[in-house]
Design a protein around this ligand. Structure first.
Ligand SMILES: [Mn+2]
Length: 275
């Protein structure tokens, strides 16, 4: 089913939405493979006007390319499909919003984007630092997503917001890592980024699990929805060239609510990609 926000053919579109239901390395609650489809269902409950960004997503040309169709026997084939889809979108001069799936998709997308945007900065919203070198024997997994990003870009170009779960005490003192907070850090990071190209990766578990219970690895102590939406809005004007929303895991009783929350965040990210 196409998203309510999708209003354009692939040729005219400014923003291409691609579902990437990669769900292979989940270590707690599996089910992020259902994220793109249920997130789209939530768009039926969401107005196109954003009161946070004061803009209307219906004025942005959006094409929904559907979901990549993965098999789960190996990781190599799905990861190559993510690479190819990303390359195709940017070869056509579009901007991509990927809907996960687990966070593992992010370094795969970024590995393509750094070829086109060598100065790429990454803003991560997340409960977890995702800085493990490997987890349960896998180097390419949700718990290592940002460690793999740091294989691609220097530490000073990764900005980590809302983090409250660390594999080591040292991680908490990392450069440009902002524990707990999502809104206050924006005024610190904007002068560091200036007009460099930016990729936004939104792990939806940055929200408090009371707000967003349907995630793979819930962590207490998260931000409110309004703080997150205001933080995203305060990124307006940065040169945001790509984004993803990951780790939505619709398995619980709150699906009509969490799907709406996911869909509203999809709207906010599309608007940022067109700002
Ligand atoms: Mn996370």
């Amino acid at each position: 089913m196409a998203s309510y926000f999708a209003n354009s053919d692939p040729t005219e579109a400014r923003v291409v939405v691609v579902g990437m239901p990669y769900d292979r390395t989940s270590s707690f609650v599996p089910g992020t493979r259902f994220g793109p489809e249920v997130g789209r269902l939530g768009t039926a409950n969401i107005e196109t006007f954003s009161p946070y960004q004061n803009r209307d997503v219906s004025l942005v040309k959006v094409y929904d390319a559907g979901d990549l169709s993965f098999s789960y026997e190996t990781s190599a084939v799905p990861l190559e499909m993510i690479t190819n889809a990303t390359r195709e979108t940017y070869q056509k001069g579009k901007r991509q919003l990927a809907i996960g799936g687990e966070h593992t998709i992010t370094p795969v997308i970024i590995s393509e984007l750094v070829k086109l945007f060598p100065e790429l900065c990454v803003i991560q919203f997340d409960a977890h630092s995702d800085l493990r070198e490997e987890f349960l024997g896998e180097k390419m997994c949700h718990a290592s997503a940002m460690r793999r990003v740091l294989d691609l870009i220097p530490r000073e170009r990764l900005f980590q917001m809302g983090i409250r779960s660390f594999a080591t005490p040292e991680d908490k003192n990392s450069t440009n890592l902002f524990p707990f907070e999502v809104l206050a850090p924006v005024k610190h990071i904007r002068p560091l980024i200036k007009d460099k190209p930016v990729y936004v990766t939104l792990d939806i578990d940055v929200l408090d699990p009371g707000v967003m219970p349907d995630v793979q690895t819930p962590q207490p102590g998260g931000c409110s929805y309004r703080e997150l939406a205001q933080s995203l809005a305060s990124l307006t004007g940065l040169n945001i060239i790509g984004a993803d929303i990951v780790e939505y895991c619709p398995r619980g009783n709150a699906i009509p609510f969490t799907a709406s929350t996911t869909a509203e965040l999809v709207r906010e990210l599309i608007l940022l990609l067109a700002s």
